[in-house]
Design a protein around this ligand. Structure first.
Ligand SMILES: *[C@@H]1O[C@H](CO)[C@@H](O)[C@H](O)[C@H]1NC(C)=O
Ligand SMILES: *[C@@H]1O[C@H](CO)[C@@H](O)[C@H](O)[C@H]1NC(C)=O
Length: 170
């Protein structure tokens, strides 16, 4: 459980829309393209999130063996929100401030598997935030950028179809 520090940069997030759809097109390249590195089973990372101009910093604690994923979301000049996600699809969103707000959601999919990027389409290399990255696209709405040298995630970009609120969940 070495904690790779993932630097991610999200734009809108919704993992609950159609996760089972397979990417189409883009057949196998002649030479075999690189594949995304599976996530460590447990890690802690800090994410900088930009959801359509709304900024937040997220402390992410991914814990696959214990079937949970914990996001501690600090909105810019705003709420500190706790988002605890379980692999059975239940997520609890709550605050610990005076309002003690709490909401439960159910998602049909649980948290992201460590190998959730299997089957993604390789798009080549691109420089992002000063890092040379391999880039993949999955199900036409996730673009994933991984540092070529260290194999750590540098950036994610999500596009949602439905608009809705989001959050990311892995
Ligand atoms: C966040 O994204 C918006 C576009 O949605 C962009 O205009 C803005 O510059 C971004 N902010 C940061 C800090 O990257
Ligand atoms: C899912 O697991 C969590 C943690 O054990 C539990 O609090 C929650 O009630 C469970 N949800 C369902 C639908 O069983």
């Amino acid at each position: 459980m070495t904690p790779p520090s993932l630097l991610l940069f999200l734009l809108l997030v919704s993992i609950s829309s159609n996760p089972s759809t397979k990417a189409t097109g883009a057949g196998a390249a002649a030479e075999s393209p690189p594949t995304p590195t599976p996530w460590p089973l447990q890690f802690h990372s800090l994410l900088y999130v930009n959801g359509s101009g709304e900024l937040s910093v997220v402390d992410l604690w991914y814990d696959w063996p214990n079937s949970r994923n914990f996001n501690i979301i600090q909105h810019q000049l705003g709420t500190l929100l706790y988002d605890l996600e379980w692999d059975n699809g239940t997520s609890f969103y709550y605050t610990l401030d005076d309002s003690r707000h709490c909401q439960t959601y159910h998602f049909d999919v649980g948290i992201l598997r460590p190998d959730w990027l299997d089957g993604a389409n390789y798009l080549g290399q691109q420089r992002v935030d000063g890092f040379l990255c391999n880039v993949w696209e999955k199900v036409q709405f996730i673009w994933y950028y991984e540092d070529v040298e260290t194999k750590r995630a540098v950036q994610w970009v999500f596009y949602t179809v439905t608009g809705g609120i989001l959050k990311w969940s892995w």
